[in-house]
Design a protein around this ligand. Structure first.
Ligand SMILES: Cc1cc2nc3c(=O)[nH]c(=O)nc-3n(C[C@H](O)[C@H](O)[C@H](O)COP(=O)(O)OP(=O)(O)OC[C@H]3O[C@@H](n4cnc5c(N)ncnc54)[C@H](O)[C@@H]3O)c2cc1C
Length: 337
């Protein structure tokens, strides 16, 4: 395993922000993880696992070892008349995995089409879109536990999956994921209720949608709504949708009847963070090289060589302003480094 020094990370994060890693290596095999961690222990340096860099913001250089995850491979472990179990290397590209499964007509992750990044990062924030989350198909995860220094298998119910959260995010830097096992269905229940999926299928006059139709519809909707990081630096949704009590929901609804929110229990509502940001006047707003995307207020974009710190400060201003207007503290979805 080669350890390089002073590596520029601007092409390795979807915001395109400049940051230097003091040390950098790529991991193609499981045993190289142990090797990289031993190096960090000897050198007394921290480590950072890097997938596709599409959910993090570098606000400074990283004085430690950046470990780029490149473990590949898709393995069919089991096939029955109704389902398949596959094991996928953490360094596989997420969208290519979705395409692979769609081609095989294995259902379950088609609604997560076109999400950038790697398979190993999918469980970290339990990626979700269009009514589906990664947790719905993840069976188990193989990871190196840096606390106990042992390889472990975490079954779905021990991963503490919830909205954009998991044990991997809560216990930051504890687990390094090498493989994810998925259970996919041959006759899946298709999720068409969310967003504009039905509308697109209707426009295309598709009455009996296949897995591929759903995937294509979602790709079309996402291309229309979200900026392509290759053209305009961004990390998707910058903030999480906040959860509020029924009382807070009623108070805001009273003053703003157009509030976009949905109930998640008898006493709690989830509010669309994009709506809050838009109401606070940020949608389409630009400050220097940073801006709030004009088609989706949840997305912060890097128009032209913005630094990570400029983007961070812009997000801080949004948080303050939403708090002043609604008394709601937005939480960042993006990992700040
Ligand atoms: C245009 C765009 C659209 C997006 N849309 C969505 C969406 O619809 N839904 C959604 O949920 N997200 C979305 N995202 C966010 C992002 O794509 C996902 O969070 C994705 O899973 C990040 O993968 P990554 O490999 O790029 O992770 P990175 O950004 O490289 O890493 C993210 C975090 O995971 C850790 N990590 C990465 N790999 C491992 C590993 N193998 N083991 C342990 N820790 C690891 C990193 O240290 C870091 O803390 C979007 C991003 C963009 C740019």
């Amino acid at each position: 395993m080669l350890i390089q020094e002073n590596i520029q990370l601007s092409t390795l994060n979807s915001f395109g922000c400049k940051a230097t890693a003091s040390y950098f290596c790529t991991i193609k095999r499981k045993d190289e993880i142990n090797e990289a961690l031993s190096w960090c222990t000897h050198q007394e340096k921290p480590f950072l696992i890097l997938g596709g860099g599409s959910n993090l913001l570098f606000t400074k250089d990283f004085d430690g070892l950046v470990i780029k995850m490149e473990i590949k491979g898709i393995q069919l472990l089991k096939e029955t008349p109704s389902d398949v179990t596959i094991s996928v290397g953490a360094g596989e590209n997420w969208h290519l995995l979705v395409k692979y499964c769609v081609q095989k007509a294995w259902g379950g992750i088609e609604n997560l089409s076109l999400i950038p990044g790697t398979v190993g990062a999918a469980p970290i924030q339990n990626i979700g879109a269009y009514g589906v989350e990664a947790k719905d198909t993840i069976q188990q995860i193989t990871a190196f536990d840096t606390y106990t220094k042992q390889w472990v298998t975490l079954k779905n119910d021990t991963c503490q999956f919830s909205y954009r959260n998991s044990i991997f995010k809560r216990e930051k830097n504890r687990y390094i994921i090498s493989e994810v096992q998925f259970l996919l269905q041959k006759q899946p229940t298709l999720h068409t209720d969310y967003g504009a999926i039905r509308e697109v299928l209707h426009q295309k006059q598709i009455k009996q949608a296949s897995i591929e139709d759903i995937s294509n519809a979602i790709i079309e909707i996402r291309r229309e709504k979200l900026p392509d990081p290759a053209m305009l630096g961004n990390a998707g949704s910058f903030f999480k949708n906040p959860t509020v009590t029924l009382e807070t929901f009623n108070l805001i609804k009273h003053d703003h009847p157009a509030l976009v929110a949905f109930p998640i229990s008898d006493s709690e509502y989830k509010i669309a963070a994009g709506w809050l940001i838009e109401q606070a006047g940020w949608k389409g707003k630009k400050q220097g090289s940073v801006g709030c995307y004009e088609k989706q207020a949840l997305v912060i974009v890097n128009y032209d060589h913005a630094t990570g710190m400029e983007i961070y400060n812009f997000s801080e201003a949004i948080i303050q302003s939403v708090n002043n207007k609604f008394g709601i503290q937005l939480e960042r979805e993006v990992n700040i480094i």
